[in-house]
Write a protein that binds this ligand. Structure first.
Ligand code: GAR
Length: 219
């Protein structure tokens, strides 16, 4: 079966992009990274793509002052020219307009570093620590026009541990992100996830009896 063609949008480091590239290195993975698109020419993610032999494009938002529609139109053109089936936001730090989001309706994913709907927006780890939550994590969801909203495809939870600071917590969540994004893409690519309005149903989903994350650990 043909692999799903991913367009990955990055603004910086690109470690989630790397996780998708690494997953796609396995021929059994049902998707491949067809294009890495960045709004910043200096994004490290572009170097990762080039190193993996993946095509790249840069659409610099600063080239379209006051004209978001033209900026997004140029991104949309690049994605369509590369025959992209599914767009994955991976640390893409521009808010997309309803026009772009609707054009890629149910074909646009985002990874966010919190258990949504908690902690939308920026500085999620600092806010989780300030709130004193014992469990934190990350979410892959379908994008809707409102920021960090949309049907949830997959989530990973991690404990918040005594002595954690923003950095140690971010590291733990990021390691979970790297496992979660390829899993979420696989579910969609294999047709095992169905979007029913604002919720996602997943075939073969069910409790395995061993998955509760209880923090603090009971001894
Ligand atoms: C990731 O933690 C991702 O969840 C977050 O930015 C980081 C990008 O890292 N995304 C957001 O905060 C989106 N609102 P990466 O460039 O190494 O993948």
């Amino acid at each position: 079966m043909a692999r799903l063609r991913l367009g990955v949008l990055v603004s910086g480091r690109g470690s989630n992009l790397q996780a998708l590239i690494d997953a796609a290195a396995d021929p059994a993975f049902p998707a491949e990274v067809a294009l890495v698109l960045s709004n910043r020419a200096d994004a490290h993610g572009l170097e990762r793509a080039t190193a993996a032999g993946v095509a790249t494009a840069v659409v610099d938002h600063r080239a379209f002052p006051g004209d978001k529609r033209a900026f997004e139109g140029a991104m949309d053109d690049a994605l369509r020219a590369a025959n992209v089936d599914l767009v994955c936001l991976a640390g893409f730090m521009r808010l997309l307009s309803p026009w772009f989001v609707e054009r890629w309706h149910d074909r646009l994913l985002n990874i966010h570093p919190s258990l949504l709907p908690s902690f939308k927006g920026l500085d999620t780890h600092a806010r989780a620590l300030a709130a004193g939550v014992r469990v934190h994590g990350c979410t892959v969801h379908l994008v809707r026009p409102a920021m960090d909203e949309g049907p949830i495809l997959a989530q990973a939870a991690v404990p918040v541990l005594p002595g954690d600071d923003e950095r140690s917590l971010a590291e733990r969540v990021l390691a979970a992100e790297h496992r979660l994004y390829p899993l979420a893409v696989r579910l969609l690519a294999e047709g095992r996830a169905r979007v029913l309005g604002e919720r996602v149903e997943i075939d073969g989903d069910g409790p395995d009896g061993s998955t509760a994350l209880i923090v603090p650990a009971l001894r």
